[in-house]
Design a protein around this ligand. Structure first.
Ligand code: T1G
Length: 696
């Protein structure tokens, strides 16, 4: 075994050689991998005794792609394209042996080799589009050569990995083996090449059949499905170039790849990729989670049945508790429908349905939860209801059971104080529909034990959700910030915008929905209850829009009553024709001086409110880092991934400009528009939220 670099070794076995990559945790193609591969190919070329070689990886997976952490840092040669070219031009035929996932640059390394074998469960993919990139190491030229232009377009535009069987049928793999040891498969395959029993192909010598209609269809599809994203169009153009001689095609690919590397969308999408992983690091992460196999769910309404469904889909045992048999039946029926939906969506295989349904039991007596490892309360959002339930649970739940509430804003410390075991109490704030939305706010009270926090994160992982640690305040991270930019939206209407203009401007920014259409969807009674909750503490000088109250008073609660800010009677919602009169009345009451606002002004004010409240949430320690806020909004509130999240986006505006905007807006509404001290300091010091993330 001869070291080619810190991550690559070369082993000679008679007339064959084995190239081994070992770069934990996922064999990312960082500089040591690239350097080692180039040296290994040179060593093979220089050794006439070697007639065939195999490339395999140590650990759980083949190369998972370029090392994303290198982006934006000074480049250290050789590049991944040069590495793949070296493999493609190797005198000695090389077979790539793939376990786990060969993704991005990893798939490109495999495609540059002269044959590819998949181990059981292997997957191959070109996920670069998810990072705002394109396969930039020859992938847009070699994938069409191996699998045809149409399949290559689908693989690179979907960004989704395909199983080995599909890869084999498309020509991306040459064989699948049932052997599980990569080295053994590698040694055997190299020997088969040497003895002429395993055919090899030089990918670069293959040609691509032009499919102009397929290319045009792809252009039209991406123009419709993701008009705001830049990478898909670049991928199509790079793959279109694959009908040219490979050197020309690679030149076009390189041009487009370098363009994508500089694109702000790439930085934002890579940030979003790491955000999902960064939030899984939290102060209590070394504590041992408590075992969670049996889950009790209290409340079979929308949230409770959604939470129960999420737990069932994760293979957990669930006892659903409701107050009456009728309510229980309704809850169980909702869960049944959710599971049917999961089967339709392919989230639950037919053979698992029976076992999943059998894991669910119902009870109309809280005592049935005595054996649960973790109990999640999801009942009516009233403090007295929740504290009464937790007081009862204190006498029912077994010692060590985790007691969780799904409250979306109530004071967790007060709920914990209703028990004699506050250390076992935690907030698990799910987002509706709870069995679909990936975000889970894990709310930590003053006395929550570290292993209970770790249990919350273990449950999030088990449910396939993204857990984000939050401190206790009204609305935690997401809803607290939501209330700020919702208020900014209401004040924008006082100042001259229409709800439709605000929604249009925010959708044009990239949010899935604007605030008013979101309100109509969720139900205007939810925000009404939130405003009532603040009546007693609302400062007298607060600028308050009565428009939403006027809609509520008319019984216009949005989609569920057919009318809210919009009329939902027809195919597509149209602005409520009775709204202008109510808007005029609300403006008069607020003594507002409406004027025409541009969509840009609407966006600036709305986003500045979001970011300013995010800065306050950071300052108070409700969120530990800006990236935690980004994760909440990327995975729970439809913030566009290609903009990285509110705090990542804030850095593209800059603290000084944000402070300037707030001071300008404060001239009309000084009570709402105050400069958060953190933002003022950042403006003065010239620091960024990214720097705060680094500081951790
Ligand atoms: N580079 C650097 N680090 C990576 C990485 C990568 N490509 N992939 C994963 N990691 C880290 C991750 O941050 C985490 O670190 C640890 O590995 C385990 O990951 C030229 C330009 C492979 C399916 O987009 O999809 O190639 O948090 O928790 O759930 O054309 O990681 O432990 O410190 O996700 O088992 C294309 C991205 C790159 C694949 C494994 N490749 N990775 O999932 O583990 S661009 C990708 C994944 C490219 C070329 C272009 C997943 C996984 P830490 P994990 P997992």
């Amino acid at each position: 075994m001869e070291a080619m670099s810190a991550a690559v070794t070369l082993e000679r076995e008679g007339e064959v050689a084995l190239i081994r990559i070992d770069n934990p945790p996922v064999n990312a193609a960082g500089q040591p991998v690239r350097e080692g591969l180039v040296k290994a190919v040179a060593a093979l070329d220089a050794d006439p005794g070697i007639r065939a070689a195999a490339l395999y990886c140590a650990g759980r997976t083949f190369v998972a792609g370029a090392d994303i952490r290198e982006f934006g840092k000074p480049f250290v040669p050789p590049s991944l394209p040069e590495t793949c070219d070296a493999l493609a031009e190797s005198r000695v035929p090389i077979v790539a042996v793939i376990q786990g996932t060969a993704l991005g640059g990893g798939c490109e390394i495999a495609m540059a080799c002269q044959a590819r074998i998949g181990l059981p469960g292997a997957k191959l993919g070109l996920p670069e589009v998810n990072l705002g990139l394109l396969p930039g190491a020859g992938g847009t030229q070699r994938a069409p050569r191996l699998m045809g232009m149409a399949a290559a377009l689908h693989l690179a535009l979907s960004g989704k990995p395909i199983p080995a069987e599909k890869a084999l049928s498309l020509g991306l793999l040459d064989e699948i083996t049932d052997q599980t040891d990569p080295r053994m498969v590698a040694l055997h395959a190299a020997r088969r090449i040497a003895s002429g029993k395993l055919a090899t192909r030089r990918t670069d010598a293959l040609t691509v059949t032009p499919l102009p209609a397929v290319l045009q269809a792809a252009r039209e599809t991406v123009a419709k499905s993701s008009p705001q994203l830049h990478a898909p169009g670049r991928i199509i153009e790079a793959i279109a170039a694959s009908t040219r001689p490979i050197a020309e095609g690679q030149k076009e690919e390189r041009r487009l790849f370098l363009e994508s590397l500089e694109d702000p969308q790439r930085a934002a999408l890579v940030h979003a990729f790491f955000a999902e992983r960064a939030v899984a690091k939290f102060p209590e992460q070394d504590a041992k989670p408590r075992p969670i196999e049996r889950i009790g769910v209290i409340g079979g309404g929308t949230m409770g049945s959604g939470i129960a469904t999420a737990c069932l889909l994760a293979g957990l045992q669930v006892v659903l508790s409701e107050q009456t048999e009728d309510a229980l039946e309704r809850g169980l029926a909702t869960i049944g429908r959710n599971l049917d939906g999961a089967v339709k969506r392919g989230k639950l295989t037919a053979d698992r349905v029976r076992a999943t349904r059998a894991a669910l039991t119902g009870a109309s007596d809280l005592n049935a939860l005595a054996g649960a490892d973790l109990i999640i309360e999801a009942v009516f959002e009233k403090m007295e209801v929740k504290t009464a339930i937790f007081a009862r649970l204190d006498g029912i739940a077994k010692p060590g059971a985790v007691l969780a509430t799904n409250t979306s804003y109530l004071d967790l410390n007060q709920i914990a104080a209703a028990t004699s075991r506050p250390q076992d109490v935690i907030g698990l704030h799910f987002f509706s529909p709870a069995h679909v939305m990936r975000l889970l706010e894990i709310v930590v009270a003053d006395k929550t034990a570290p292993d209970v926090v770790a249990t919350g994160f273990a449950l999030a992982k088990r449910l396939g959700k993204i857990g984000v640690r939050a401190g206790v305040c009204d609305g935690f991270i997401g809803n607290r910030i939501l209330s700020a930019y919702r208020r900014a939206a209401e004040n924008l209407v006082l100042d001259g915008a229409t709800p439709e203009q605000v929604d249009r401007a925010i959708r044009a920014f990239g949010m899935a929905m604007g605030p008013f259409e979101m309100g109509d969807l969720a139900g205007l009674d939810i925000a009404w209850a939130s405003r009532r909750r603040h009546d007693a503490t609302r400062p007298a000088d607060e600028r308050y829009s009565t428009l939403a109250d006027k809609l509520y008073d008319k019984g216009w609660l949005g989609r569920k009553t057919g009318r809210g800010y919009y009329d939902h009677a027809g195919e597509t919602p149209v602005p409520n024709p009775e709204l202008p009169a109510l808007i005029d009345a609300a403006r008069a009451e607020a003594k507002a001086t409406p004027r025409a606002l541009t969509d840009q002004e609407v966006r600036d004010r709305y986003l500045t409110a979001m970011i300013a409240e995010g800065a306050r949430v950071l300052e108070e320690g409700i969120a530990r880092r800006p990236v935690d806020i980004d994760a909440v909004f990327l995975f729970g509130y439809g913030f566009p991934r290609h903009l990285g999240g509110p705090m990542f986006h804030a850095d593209t505006i800059g603290a000084a400009e944000l402070v300037r905007r707030i001071e300008e807006y404060a001239k009309v509404d000084p009570q709402f528009w105050t400069v958060p001290p953190l933002l003022a300091r950042m403006a003065k010091d010239g620091t960024s939220f990214a720097a705060l993330n680094e500081a951790g």
